[in-house]
Structure formats: C-alpha cells, structure tokens
Design a protein around this ligand. Structure first.
Ligand code: SF4
Length: 215
C-alpha cells in the first residue's frame, strides 16, 4: 500500500477508505520504503511473518511520480493531515519525500504535512537535513524511545551505534529552526520513571513530548 489510513493499528488502503466513507476527512499515511537505519527490538519489520504478510511491506519502492499520481486522484479537501510514515524510515528516501511534499503544498498550501522519523537522517546523509523541510513540513515527530544513549541503542540497535542518541537530539533541535511543530515521542510501556526522565530531557531542549500507547 502506498497511501493508507490507520485506525488503532488497523491499516486500510486509501482507495478503499474513500469508497467506504467518502465524505469524512481523514489522515493519510504515505509509505515510501521498507528500509531503516535501525532494527528496533519492538519493530514489526523484524518478524519474518510480518514482512511476508503485512500489507505495508512494499515489494518495490514507489517513484515520486507514482505517489503523486495516486494523490492526483483525490480532492485535497478530503485530508486532515498527510503523514510520511510507513513500514520503514521515510527519510531513507529523502529526495522523493521532498518532491512529493512540494507537490502537495503546491496543490494546497494549507495542507498539514508530517514526517514520523527515527531522527537519524543527519547521520545517514552526513549533513543537516532540517533546512530542506522549511516551508514544506509542518510537523516532525521523532521517536525518542529512551532517556539515555545506552538504552536508546539497546532498543533501536541503530547501525550508527552509540552516537545515534545525541545525533537524534541534535536533529530535533535543528528542526525547531525550520519546522513549526517538533515533537518527541515515547511509548507508554517504558515505565513511569523513564517517561519522567524523557519529559525532563524534552523540557531541557524546549521540545514537546508525546506519550503514545504501544500498538
Ligand atoms: S525506527 Fe521505526 S521503522 Fe525503524 S526499526 Fe525502529 S520502529 Fe522500525
């Protein structure tokens, strides 16, 4: 599925959703890749069964033109927010993400665009990426996962090693200059003590922390 909607962990192809409830505004998720620089212990991508059966697993990565052609079928007024998310890390395909975001903003400058990311794209690209988001991306939501570098690495198994945590935080801070909303997220199952530590870290960096339920 390239474009889909989500509801409590259930995913539905956008075309099916629009046929079922054409008049209700919805959040749309854009699925660009299966690739990721992490191998999180909790990620669904890590089970062979999920890789083979999950409808979000892409057999082939789409081109920008293919995603744009899908969006062209719909009136932008049908969408509340468009989120680059999917089964992998969307910034692994940064060039097409930017191309698609530019197309969407050209069609409707008021449409809200969000990226859900592991926040490691500066490490992946070897440069500061946030300036590319200026005027295009309204929200960057970054998985904080943990309050320390060691725990972060234990959970994410990032290919960049122990430097990943600090690089992710630096990316979050850099996004503040270019993106109106920057949010760090953790899941509620990490425990109260860890949530308090993450909140304190977010406060220190001047960032919002969102605690979301683990699906
Ligand atoms: S960063 Fe996201 S996509 Fe990548 S392994 Fe972790 S949970 Fe999965």
């Amino acid at each position: 599925m390239l474009l889909y909607t989500a509801n409590n962990g259930d995913y539905e192809n956008l075309a099916d959703r629009m046929q079922r409830e054409p008049l209700r505004k919805t959040n749309v998720y854009v699925n660009l890749t299966n690739q990721c620089t992490c191998a999180c212990t909790f990620c669904l991508r890590n089970t062979k069964e999920m890789r083979e059966s999950n409808s979000l697993w892409l057999k082939r990565e789409p081109s920008a033109q293919e995603v744009i052609a899908e969006f062209a079928k719909y009136d932008m007024k049908n969408f509340k927010e468009i989120i680059f998310c999917g089964f992998g890390e969307p910034t692994m395909r940064l060039d097409i993400l930017i191309e698609i975001a530019s197309y969407l903003k050209q069609r409707n400058k008021n449409i809200s665009l969000r990226i859900n990311t592991n926040g490691l794209c500066d490490l992946q690209a070897g440069k500061e990426i946030a300036p590319l988001f200026q005027g295009l991306i309204d929200t960057v939501s970054i998985s904080l996962n943990a309050s320390t570098a060691a725990e972060y690495l234990r959970l994410t198994r990032s290919k960049f090693g122990i430097q990943s945590f600090d690089a992710m935080l630096a990316f979050a801070v850099s996004c503040k200059k270019y993106v109106p909303h920057v949010v760090l997220t953790v899941v509620d199952c990490i425990g109260e003590t860890e949530i308090i530590a993450c909140q304190s870290l977010a406060d220190k960096l001047g960032l919002t922390l969102r605690v979301r339920s683990f699906e």
